[in-house]
Design a binder for this molecule. Sequence first.
Ligand SMILES: [Zn+2]
Length: 328
Amino acid sequence: MQIISIIAFLITFTASNFAAAQTSERLRAARQIQAITQQDINSIVKPALLNAMLPKERRIAEAVNIVVVVDERIGRVVAFIDNFSQRKIEISTGFLALIGASIDANLIAGKWGYLKEIGEYKNKIANFLRGARREIREGGTPIKPESFAEYVGLPDDQYKKFSKSKEYDYSFSVAMRVMLSFVLAHEYAHHVFNHFENTPASCLNAPLGEDCLKARRAQEDEADDFGVRLNWMLGNNPLFATNYFMIFGLVENGLLSSEHSPSVCRLEKVLDAGIQFSENSDRIVQHLLQQNSEFQKQFKMLKNFRVVLKEQCEAGGLLTDTVVPGLF
Ligand SMILES: [Zn+2]
């Protein structure tokens, strides 16, 4: 991913305040995100995912057309079969911009040690998502929070220098690809397991009855498991995805399922997988755990946090306002 795309991401994310005067620039930025991400998906993320699938899964997935669409709505992450019986996955530039802004925030926090601030900022994003839920569902575009650099008052020249560095470009690209890999694997699962044909028409639109909710939750669970399985095989640590998983869990399908899906249990499962992966299969994390006491401490906190989540999940806490403590 080129540096220009990152700047484009941030323009799209923060420019909402400037409204009409900057519409054409926002559109240009969104088109850049679209082109670069589409290329990344086609040449890197999709081939890797297809490779990790079983032959009968791959046969279905190969027929899926993944399209990045220019659309500011963050909730347009969806798998479906269109009117011409074409299997599709759509991801909006609005969703990508939100994920991009979160990755950017994590990189800045890591570089300058804004540990307290990143927690507050993630809360702010979560609040924005919750507050904006209805507006987004009705197709509106609520005003997004400022970028993390603005939030912590990082001088513009320092931020610009960092965001143009190789270090930033590399870390950003890796984080975005891993996140896309988890999101797309989840969406592929809806096709591979034929969730559309297995869903009665009465269960497609809100408000959903109790039976429909149960069925939809089971499908989301199945899709999450598939995502973890494929990415585990590809060497992608699920912990990398947890930072963004909450956003994804909230916005998929225009926030529809988030009203009811027990996201705390979904998050707990991904975290559990990430902790196991880290301890058993991730040499970098194992090395850090041996050498770095601060990392050790944070990892332990994360493990305890998972236990708390598990209790909440078992107690039936369906929605969570939880923000994952960040390791990366
Ligand atoms: Zn889903």
